[in-house]
Design a protein around this ligand. Sequence first.
Ligand SMILES: C[S@@+](CC[C@H](N)C(=O)[O-])C[C@H]1O[C@@H](n2cnc3c(N)ncnc32)[C@H](O)[C@@H]1O
Length: 357
Amino acid sequence: MKLWGRMLWALLSGSGKRGGTRGWASSSWRPHLPLAGLSATELVSHWTAVFEKRGIPEARESSEYIVAHVLGAKTFQSLRPVLWTQPLTPWQLQCIEELSSRRLQRMPVQYILGEWDFQGLSLKMAPPVFIPRPETEELVEWVLEEVTQRSHVVGAQGGPLILEVGCGSGAISFSLLSQLPQSRVIAVDKGEAAICLTHENAQRLQLQDRIRIMPLDVTLEGSWAHFVPWGPMDLIVSNPPYVFHQDMEQLAPEIRSYEDPAALDGGEEGMDVITHILALASWLLKDSGSIFLEVDPRHPELIGSWLQSRPDLSLDLVAVRRDFCGRPRFLHIQRSGPQHGCPTDAWPGPQPPRVPG
Ligand SMILES: C[S@@+](CC[C@H](N)C(=O)[O-])C[C@H]1O[C@@H](n2cnc3c(N)ncnc32)[C@H](O)[C@@H]1O
């Protein structure tokens, strides 16, 4: 899983890009070779060669995942060895061909398989909802470390009350819920498909009792009012849209053709949604509460300066972490000082500070 995930980061960084997307989206593949009688291993080799010839990134991993999926396993290596050499049935061959033709149209494997693992949880995946990336697992691990180390990050009911902004498939929220049994999560997203998928994944993982899923655009004026019934939050976590608008064109075809641009495009400096999250956080977080954000490597500096220009928010950038590629990608921001004139027992206080449009 890790390898494929790393590939996705490469895709997000633009490597593997070959021109525009039009040709892929409309192309279809019909094999001319008789495939009857081939084994799983031979099928993997066949489709790997086809993918390589057509310039599909991670050709072998793609074909292994597809063949394994049709044979009922998550990875090719986890297939029972007897299945590696046994001839496939015509139905299996047809399924593999159908799924492989989608890969030839540059559909990400996660959408082709319809599910993907994140932090050991199997989540349903469906376009155009953002596919969780492996670096986001590092963000989750950092949050878990902080909660475990700082015993004061505990809500009234014995576990932290967490807000996730931009939940997508719910990957971050469900990882936290499953590893922090006392926690409760409010998950918001402005995308209807994301909200539906988070609901489906909540049922799939049987975590629906500790999560409240709300459709919400946090950039809209008055969005803070939706949180009034909940009281101050212990933590806010988000993997927001943070791609600089001018970088959107350079994203790999897999991303550009299938994932919701609203999940990625953060505006001119990738900060459009981030600044609203920070303004909201200043109002929603309890004293010493934390925000954990995944960002672009240019953001630690930009966000640090932005926070200094907004002392009214009482937020400090307290730590920056690097991802597995060594890039500064995760931020821990903490609320200093009391909430905006609103002690906990009188919450909510005045309206949150505004972000200039
Ligand atoms: C990069 S994706 C992250 C999804 C998920 N948290 C993950 O890590 O896999 C960003 C998510 O933020 C949502 N989003 C974008 N703008 C938003 C806004 N203004 N308010 C709420 N959600 C927003 C998108 O719909 C998308 O699901």
